[in-house]
Design a protein around this ligand. Structure first.
Ligand SMILES: Nc1nc2c(c(=O)[nH]1)N=C([C@H](O)[C@H](O)COP(=O)(O)OP(=O)(O)OP(=O)(O)O)CN2
Ligand SMILES: [Zn+2]
Length: 124
């Protein structure tokens, strides 16, 4: 089994509903995103899947979230734009974008700051 890792980032504002504390106020983060892909079969070039393809697909997703107020983004109108919910959103979108490829999106981690991150992965 092979595991590949690609990283991206986006800058966005958010505020947390149902939350007592400073994060209930609008504020921003540079969100770092890390996605892990797993698979067994290498192609003839010796690659599981091209890093450039993974990075461009991840960028297409992070670009949707870049320089916006996350609370205005349709997906986050019902669920709070926490690191947890953002990692689950990116996981699902990334997995959908790779469904034609013989790889599995294993996990997506979203770092809200250097000291705090949330990871989404599917429990077997
Ligand atoms: N489990 C989660 N907890 C919190 C989340 C989250 O997404 N998941 N988000 C927040 C806030 O967005 C907040 O911006 C981050 O809070 P906090 O780390 O307390 O604040 P700072 O980045 O300013 O860090 P300092 O250590 O206070 O400088 C809160 N919790
Ligand atoms: Zn925040």
């Amino acid at each position: 089994m092979f595991e590949l890792t690609v990283r991206g980032h986006f800058d966005a504002a958010h505020f947390l509903r149902d939350y007592q504390g400073k994060c209930a106020q609008i504020h921003g983060h540079t969100w770092q995103v890390e996605a892990k892909i797993r698979g067994e079969k290498l192609g003839t070039a010796g690659m599981l899947i091209d890093f450039s393809l993974l990075k461009s697909k991840l960028k297409e997703i992070t670009n949707r979230l870049d320089h916006i107020l996350l609370n205005d983004f349709p997906h986050f109108s019902l669920v709070n734009p926490t690191a947890e919910n953002i990692s689950a959103y990116i996981y699902q979108e990334f997995a959908d974008s790779l469904k034609e490829n013989e790889v599995e999106v294993f996990a997506v981690t979203v770092w809200e700051s250097t000291g705090a991150a949330a990871t989404y992965f599917r429990h077997e």
